[in-house]
Design a protein around this ligand. Structure first.
Ligand code: AMP
Ligand code: MN
Ligand code: MN
Ligand code: MN
Length: 283
């Protein structure tokens, strides 16, 4: 059994070059360890191919590890992200579901490239590919990095704010996985499902209520309360949501890159003490 001490620090949301992070899975493991993380998960978008290297490296350096993935879902016409923790990365239904979820990404990146060309910024699809460590996983982040490198914008966040955010002029909507399917894959693979960064979604209060009810009805486990995407007041707000619905709580930086991420690995405060941490049943 794993025992935790006062220096316990969970970071259960991070990205590698397998999706849109800038470091390889083994490099993130070392960085997490050096940052004081004691329980870590690599949660690449719609991809499991970094899991073996992440867990092997974590074992070698004495870092507790939970397998992870962040699944892109469409619910009420908006994108939500569902993290799966403690999943079996060799589970066939999960692997196949993620393969289908990734399938439209290259075509979508081409369409975004065409939009950007019509706005006077050519070559974005080819440019994004040079930043993508995994050709099956071209994300908006890779396109944004290309536009920064090409000198159109000072930093990635500005590209999202001006062009690529969900309602931005160069955004191309996607039909991602359904909530039913994403939770079905995660649970079939033995994992716990977690609503990633709920504070980022633009639902009305009524829609949020329906979303959390649906997530709970499908056996959803937890929500991220402390995340790099939340402000400090939002830590309290989503702690209340977790209490209200009886959800467990998770904590993760959503680290992608030292220059782009708002918070660094292992730098977030602990969860409110009365909440049940999602990892309690998993480690
Ligand atoms: P994609 O899966 O290609 O739609 O890209 C989603 C990724 O883009 C997210 O995981 C973030 O890394 C990044 N992203 C999405 N929206 C924003 C935003 N408004 N500001 C900064 N980064 C964002
Ligand atoms: Mn990302
Ligand atoms: Mn996300
Ligand atoms: Mn993420």
């Amino acid at each position: 059994m794993t025992t935790f001490t006062d220096s316990f620090c969970a970071d259960l949301h991070s990205h590698s070059t397998v999706s849109d992070g800038v470091f390889a899975p083994d490099q993130i493991a070392l960085r997490a360890k050096n940052a004081g993380v004691t329980l870590w998960s690599l949660t690449d978008h719609d991809e499991l191919s970094g899991q073996a290297l992440a867990s092997e490296t974590a074992r070698e350096i004495g870092l507790n590890y939970l397998t992870g993935v962040e699944i892109s879902v469409t619910w009420a016409k908006q994108t939500v992200h569902i993290v799966g923790l403690g999943i079996d990365p060799s589970h066939d239904a999960l692997i196949e579901g993620l393969r289908q979820t990734r399938a439209g990404r290259a075509e979508r990146a081409k369409r975004i490239g065409e939009k950007l060309a019509s706005l006077g910024m050519p070559g974005a699809f080819e440019g994004a590919l040079t930043f993508a460590g995994n050709p099956e996983l071209i994300s908006r982040t890779h396109i944004a990095r290309f536009l920064v490198q090409a000198g159109y914008f000072p930093e990635v966040q500005v590209v999202f704010d001006r062009l690529l955010k969900d309602d931005g002029p160069a955004h191309e909507p996607m039909q991602w996985a359904s909530l039913e399917n994403a939770l079905g894959w995660i649970h079939a693979a033995g994992g716990a499902s977690v609503v990633a960064h709920p504070g980022r979604y633009k639902y009305s209060a009524t829609q949020f209520g329906a979303f959390f009810d649906h997530f709970k009805d499908l056996g959803g486990s937890a929500i991220e309360v402390v995340t790099g995407s939340h402000s400090v007041p939002q830590f309290q707000e989503y702690a209340q949501v977790a209490r209200h619905y009886g959800f467990q709580a998770s904590c993760g930086s959503d680290f992608h890159s030292p220059n782009e991420s708002r918070v660094q690995l292992g730098s977030l405060p602990p969860l409110p003490a009365d909440l049940k941490p999602v990892w309690q049943d998993l480690v």
